[in-house]
Write a protein that binds this ligand. Sequence first.
Ligand code: PGA
Length: 253
Amino acid sequence: MAKIILVANWKNHPTSLFEAKSLLKELGKAKDTYKKLRLFIAPPLPYVEEVRLRSKSFSNLASQDFPLVTSGSRTGLVTPDILKSFGIKAAIIGHSELRVLGETNKMVALKLKTALTSGISPFICVGEKSRDQDGEHFNFLRHELKLSLSTLSRRSDLSKLAIVYEPVWAIGKKAKDAAGPEELTQTIIFIRKVLADIFGREKALKIPILYGGSVEPTNAKALLAKTGVRGFLVGHVSLDVSAFKEIARSLVI
Ligand code: PGA
């Protein structure tokens, strides 16, 4: 069975390289656990080289975004070749914290295409802002998924693609505010169905769906066991080394 994917999304933390180094030192103490998973660390870009050097025996590197364009002179952009030369293997694309600043589904779809062409695994984030009794959020999700994946077709090679369901209402809170096993199961089935409509059932079944939004040691194991997710994207708790280690341990089967 494929290894469980665990992504540490450091966002814009910690606030200094000094702190990043000590975080990595602590993380390294549980490397035997991480090796049983597919761990990705997505640090702020200036820390990438340090993270690479200190975690290469137990982790892969991911970027927190991906450029819209690849070549030419691009002031301010870090293009795929540079990312790859630092050993970056995956990219979080379409995170709600970038969508809220103006990233559109169309931009996500273009970044996704560029990532695949560059040999980078895209982790495509989708998720509704809120839920309602009428299930309107399912329409939102279907729409967001279809448009975000619109640069791909049934013929595309999807072996590197993963979807991350990150409901905005669950991000940055506590485990009690995260999606519960029942609602997550329902949503994973729904996402899988939309993927099957786009790519066909056989291909859809192979795409890993991860969950992100207040994953903590207290809910990770149950969410993994009961919902059909194949891993997690962890934000604030990825900076709390002992809690993060506990999550990792709970996912090792
Ligand atoms: P959280 O963030 O784990 O802090 O909720 C998840 C994310 O935004 O990637």
